[in-house]
Write a protein of this length. Structure first.
Lengths: 431, 151
């Protein structure tokens, strides 16, 4: 196995070695050293509102169940029978009083304890049911309904990890008049033939939009309307030209440690946002939280946020995105629409409907990204050069004391460099 | 040969299925020939195109869908398909739609409104990859001059 010194040589200040996207051995090491110990987003409490409600997902490649127990607690259990190893729950979501393995019928309580074994008289004399409960994620943390888990018993605390990103979660949750979100409006799922980091790098990449999403931008340089109440989207390029628009170039991106980051949103005209659904939402929000606070909440500051390494919160077409590595050149992405609890149904419908347009498998936006990811994976087979350039704006980063973060232009690549700094932090040391 | 014991589909009596079948085949051909603007014109002004995300999905309003387009969104979608820099259609898909198992499920002759169920198989070839899609579709149609329009 590669040692830390060798791995460190793959990351330079403004470039990374192509093998971080293509090397099988490095991918296995990522599963162990990043996905085997980092805090990973698992799900949202609204996905399991009642006792026995569960969802199944994967942490890295490991199948897990997030399930609510009778006492109201949320458990993150490894979805692997403690008998002969079969995956216990095969559905993406459901409700069960007992989790029963299909193979020999071992059944587990909703807190993971082994409840019953068929033909118990055949068990070894010293068989101890208590030792055969479903394994649990060693550490679980929750903030405003967002549930994270670490598959390692030790490591940086949940507070240290999530602390710098709490305001980003708040920014989204506070848009709900009742101060809560619900991820109960289904999901979009897709897979692409490319490395997982291609999607992670993309979520804060404002540089790719004018060209990568050119097919969504009209001759006036304006994108289609993506939010309820907007008549048009952001101005991305100069009218009748292909140059990036000045307002787009002014956007900022931020990093705050641990690979996390976000982009600011300065390119939409909030004053013109109006529709019956949006106006009613504004009224309800002001009624609940006061006019002044409602105005603050509705003024876009944060655009897209990345909570490294596996999830992002997108503030424009509001959704939660989960990134799952499947193989070195295969990645699955799940997109959850968000319902703002307490908002008028028409407002929530507007958000769900526009997310179909931007991020379903048939969408106007995400499909062109997936094409770029797949082409990157193909292009990186080339040995013409071993290096991938991430040097835009190198050395131009500046401190933002007010936000306790580091700032750069969003068309620069500071956020990608920060992701590789975190990547190396995990990768250079054995678990 | 014994007579079929299958019950006649409701509302089908006396209505020629062939007219609906022809409409579906013509629609498939417009898609295969990438005549998307003409395809869009098959929809009434208040027509919608819905592809649910999960089997049995009851409503497009409270759940994610693959498509839920009104004419306005269809227009934006078609404009994008015509854009020279649509990377995911470079090269463009080549498709073959096959429509079959056509049944008139409901009809209201007085209003000229019909519901037609069918099965569609679509093979796509793009960028050296062949993909197979299959689905059941339901057309809600309104008589429109000599033909039909999607409701």
């Amino acid at each position: 196995m590669r040692n830390g010194h060798e791995i460190a040589r793959l990351i330079e200040p403004g470039r990374v070695h192509r093998s971080v996207y293509t090397d099988l051995e490095l991918f296995e090491l990522e599963m162990e050293r990043i996905f085997g110990r980092a805090w990973l987003f698992v799900g949202h409490e609204s996905q399991v509102p009642h006792a026995g409600d569960y969802i199944t997902t994967e942490l890295g490649r490991q199948p897990v169940i997030m399930i609510r127990h009778r006492d109201g607690s949320i458990n993150v259990l490894l979805n692997r029978c403690t008998h002969r190893g079969a995956k216990v729950i095969n559905e993406r979501k459901g409700n069960a009083a007992r989790l029963t393995c299909c193979y020999h019928g071992w059944s587990f309580d909703t807190d993971g304890r082994l409840a019953a074994v068929p033909v118990p008289e055949g068990c070894a004399a010293d068989f101890d049911k208590a030792a055969f409960g479903l394994a649990r994620a060693p550490r679980v943390g929750e903030y405003r309904g967002f549930v994270f888990a670490s598959l390692a018993a030790k490591g940086s605390s949940f507070e240290d990890h999530i602390g710098p990103m709490k305001r980003n979660i708040d920014d989204l949750v506070d848009r709900a008049p009742d101060g809560a979100l619900a991820l109960d409006a289904g999901m979009h799922r897709y897979a692409y033939n490319g490395n997982w980091k291609l999607q992670v790098e993309n979520v804060l990449d404002s540089y790719h939009v004018p060209f990568g999403h050119a097919s969504t931008i009209n001759k006036q340089g304006v994108q289609f309307a993506r939010r309820e109440g907007d008549r048009q989207g952001a101005t991305v390029v100069e009218a009748e030209k292909t140059q990036t628009a000045p307002s787009w170039k002014e956007r900022k991106s931020y990093i705050a440690g641990s690979g996390h980051g976000w982009t600011s949103n300065t390119s939409l005209d909030e004053g013109k946002r109006s529709s019956p659904a949006f106006d009613e939402y504004k009224r309800v929000l002001a009624e609940k939280v006061g006019a002044e606070r409602a105005q603050q909440v509705l003024t876009p500051r944060l655009h897209n946020s990345l909570i490294y390494p596996n999830m992002s919160i997108m503030g424009l077409n509001i959704h939660v995105r989960v990134i799952k590595p499947v193989a070195v050149d295969r990645t699955e992405v799940t997109i959850y629409p968000i319902r703002l609890v307490g908002a008028p149904p028409a407002m929530n419908f507007g958000n769900i409907r526009l997310l179909n347009v931007t991020h379903s498998a048939s969408s106007f936006v995400q499909t062109d990204d997936l094409e770029s990811f797949a082409r990157a994976q193909k292009g990186l087979r080339s040995c013409a050069t071993d290096w991938v350039d991430i040097s835009r704006g190198l050395g131009e980063e500046e401190a933002d004391r007010e936000l306790n973060a580091t700032r750069a232009l969003a068309t620069h690549e500071m956020v990608v460099r920060a992701q590789y700094k975190a990547w190396l932090g995990y990768m250079r040391e054995a678990a | 040969m014994t007579a079929s014991r299958a019950p006649a589909p409701p509302g089908a009596a006396g209505i020629d299925r062939a007219a609906f079948e022809t409409f579906l085949i013509q629609e498939a051909r417009l898609l295969d020939e990438r005549r998307f603007r003409e395809w869009m014109e098959l929809f009434a002004e208040d027509g919608t195109y819905w592809v649910p995300a999960v089997p049995g999905q009851v409503s497009p309003l409270d759940q994610a869908s693959l498509f839920y387009d009104d004419r306005e969104l269809m227009k934006t979608r078609v404009e994008r398909l015509e854009h020279p820099r649509i990377h995911v259609q470079t090269p463009p898909s080549r498709t073959a739609h096959l429509v079959g198992n056509v049944l008139l499920e409901q009809s209201d002759e007085a209003k000229g409104e019909y519901v037609v169920g069918s099965t569609v198989i679509m093979v796509e070839y793009r960028d050296e990859v062949q993909r197979l899609f299959a689905g059941r579709q339901r057309h809600r149609l309104r008589r429109d001059g000599a033909g039909f329009a999607h409701r």
